[in-house]
Design a protein around this ligand. Structure first.
Ligand code: PXL
Length: 279
């Protein structure tokens, strides 16, 4: 019996810019969970910088998976984030089939868009490919833009509960049992997450204060913390609340820094808070 649980995270290495694996690894480790990785690409920075380089690693996914299978390795959770190209979708789906295990979970953060727009590296066909990955997940964690691209429902900045429930149900109809939608706001000074379990038909939500700044990479901080919490045995509502609180704490500490970088939240300074919450 292993006391340490193990997650495998499938997303890119952005060498500078604090997102994807450079966020998932420290956060999941701080939560007391082992984090193995499958890098989907190596980029000089994330794609919000201009002139970034990108080496797609699609051809590595299958050999890495085959070696792990031969070696009898398994994972308590598979967690995917930024996938570098439509070509790698089939390999990621095959990875889920190979490593899904009894009592384990597959969590997909369909990272591809924000603020109403697809990220620059993706073409208009990419959301349909990402929907195939979501179909195989137990839990998906889209933001509102991603939810609208995945379902074909309109993207609206004016939200009400009826609209959010319609999105949640349409997302669950893609396949996953659980859907948690981020960036939900029914009051100007509150921001949070609303979630849905399609088997029980239950909805839940968790809201925190809306802060006067938005930083790149906060979605990855949120998703990594949520998957870490679930793997440590937290119920979904508690894992999402912890993820929201840790993200807010990270942003608050970043706002204290007069020279904070636009490209990265100082989540490192909030790690003691996260560890304390886990104990
Ligand atoms: O934070 C999401 C993300 C991850 N990886 C890369 C990105 C982005 C968002 O822009 O560009 C490479």
């Amino acid at each position: 019996m292993r006391f340490l649980k193990r997650i495998v995270s499938i997303q890119d290495v952005s060498c500078l810019g604090k997102c994807s694996l450079t966020v998932a690894l420290p956060i999941i480790s701080a939560m007391g969970v082992e984090c193995s990785i499958v890098p989907t690409a190596v980029l000089s920075t994330h794609t919000m910088f201009s002139g970034f380089t990108c080496k797609d690693l699609t051809d590595q996914i299958e050999p890495i998976a085959a070696h792990w299978k031969e070696s009898g390795l398994g994972f308590d959770a598979v967690y995917t984030g930024y996938l570098a190209s439509a070509e790698q979708i089939d390999y990621v789906c095959a990875f889920f089939d190979a490593f899904r295990q009894e009592g384990g979970m597959v969590v997909v953060d369909p990272v591809m868009a924000d603020n109403g727009k697809l990220y620059p590296a993706f073409g208009p066909d990419f959301p349909a490919q990402m929907a195939r990955v979501c179909a195989k997940a137990d839990l998906i964690l889209p933001n509102l833009t991603e939810a609208s691209l995945l379902t074909g429902l309109p993207y609206r900045t004016e939200q009400d509960e009826g609209y959010i429930k319609e999105l949640l149900q349409a997302l669950a109809a893609l396949g996953p049992r659980y859907v948690a939608l981020t960036g939900v706001s029914f009051e100007p000074d509150k921001l949070g997450v609303m979630y849905y379990d399609k088997v029980t038909g239950q909805y839940g939500s968790y809201f925190t204060q809306r802060l006067p700044a938005s930083f790149h990479g906060t979605g990855d901080i949120f998703a990594s913390t949520c998957v870490g919490g679930l793997t440590r045995g937290l119920p979904l509502g508690d894992a999402l609340a912890l993820a929201a609180d840790y993200t807010v704490e990270s942003i608050l500490l970043t706002l204290e820094s007069p020279d904070a970088n636009w490209y990265g939240v100082e989540f490192e300074r909030a790690i003691p808070y996260l560890v304390q919450r886990m104990n």
